[in-house]
Design a protein around this ligand. Structure first.
Ligand code: PRT
Ligand code: ZN
Length: 295
């Protein structure tokens, strides 16, 4: 594939569990994407970036080879790929907070599990390298049965006794009479960057986009809180505000000893948090979403 070296390229899953949130992240970073639903690429109108829609399994290769300077994929896919390489050729820039799942070993319901039990057994998985690594670290020899999909059927079909597969809600395991017994890898979507050298102008564009993406991620959890409080309550209130560094405290006009407190909270603000703030003496508490943030 020949790519225009004056533009950035980001590899994103074409369809599947990561597609929507990957697209929303890019939109949140202000990119206006052209191209229809079935297009293989989309051009950003207002940023020198092309999006390439590919299968998630191919994303690490695209980024490692420098066909795309950036990519979004699950850590599961990334680590499985990396274990097959002599050296790491992509760098994880940031965790994206979506696509969370766990690669787990599962056993038939009712098995009283111990790790050593895996020795000599057949384990079906779509992640043979991650599983091999897990077993090697524990000096367990077992037979890995690679499968492309429908791994959860393997025990019922007599192909393997155990499986090693991604789990999010656990419903698939449950429906197949299996129970998760061991964690191999906790995963979420990550933004990756090629380790191939980039021309300085392109690297600058990548940095600019990554700064925007960091801002999008920061605003997702962050809230802006404004409240009133008497002087005596300020220390306790600052302690309760979740993930807020150095709140702004300004005197309230006409109410001696009372202050307005403003803070960016970089963690979730729950009703319980508001109740605690009120109990500590806060009043007129406002919680507002933050639209854009540049850190
Ligand atoms: O076509 P392409 O190759 O791009 O897509 P794909 O079918 O290989 O991947 P896709 O879209 O299923 O998943 C993309 C990524 O989403 C994965 O690589 C993970 O990083 C992440 N992810 C998050 C998951 C899950 N949750 C998940 N639950 N990927 C797969 N599953 C499957 C799992 O394999 C099992 O079959 O969902 C089932 C279990 O789900 P629960 O909810 O029943 O536990
Ligand atoms: Zn895939």
């Amino acid at each position: 594939m020949v790519t225009d070296r004056s533009r950035l390229h980001i590899a994103v899953q074409k369809s599947g569990r990561l597609f929507e949130q990957s697209r929303d992240l890019l939109k949140g970073a202000g990119l206006k994407l052209q191209g229809g639903k079935n297009a293989l690429t989309a051009r950003a109108e207002n940023f020198p970036l092309d999006v390439m829609f590919v299968r998630d399994d191919d994303i690490p290769t695209f980024v490692a080879d420098g066909v795309c300077e950036l990519g979004i994929c699950g850590q599961n896919v990334l680590e499985e790929y990396a274990l097959g390489q002599a050296a790491r050729r992509v760098r994880t820039v940031t965790n994206l907070g979506f696509g969370r799942c766990t690669l787990k070993i599962a056993a038939p319901d009712g098995v009283v599990y111990k790790t050593e039990m895996l020795a000599g057994q057949r384990i079906a998985t779509s992640y043979p390298r991650l599983l091999a690594h897990f077993l090697a670290e524990r000096a367990i020899e077992a037979e890995i049965v690679p499968m492309k999909g429908a791994v959860e059927l393997a025990p019922r079909l007599g192909i393997a006794k155990f499986i090693c597969d991604l789990v999010s809600t656990g419903a698939t395991l449950e429906a197949n009479g299996l129970a998760a017994v061991e964690t191999v890898l906790a995963s979420e979507a990550v933004l990756v960057r090629t380790l191939k050298p980039m021309a300085p102008a392109l690297a600058e564009r990548a940095d600019a986009l990554l700064t925007r993406i960091d801002g999008v991620i920061a605003t997702q959890e962050s809230k802006y809180i404004v409240l009133n409080a008497p002087k005596a309550a300020l220390i306790e209130i600052a302690r309760i505000l979740p993930g807020a560094e150095a709140p702004t405290v300004v005197p309230l006009a006409g109410r001696p000893g009372h202050y307005a407190v403003q803070a960016v909270c970089q963690e979730s603000v729950f009703w319980e948090t508001l109740e605690k703030l009120k109990a500590a003496g806060a009043s007129a508490i406002l919680v507002m979403p933050i639209e854009k943030m540049m850190l």
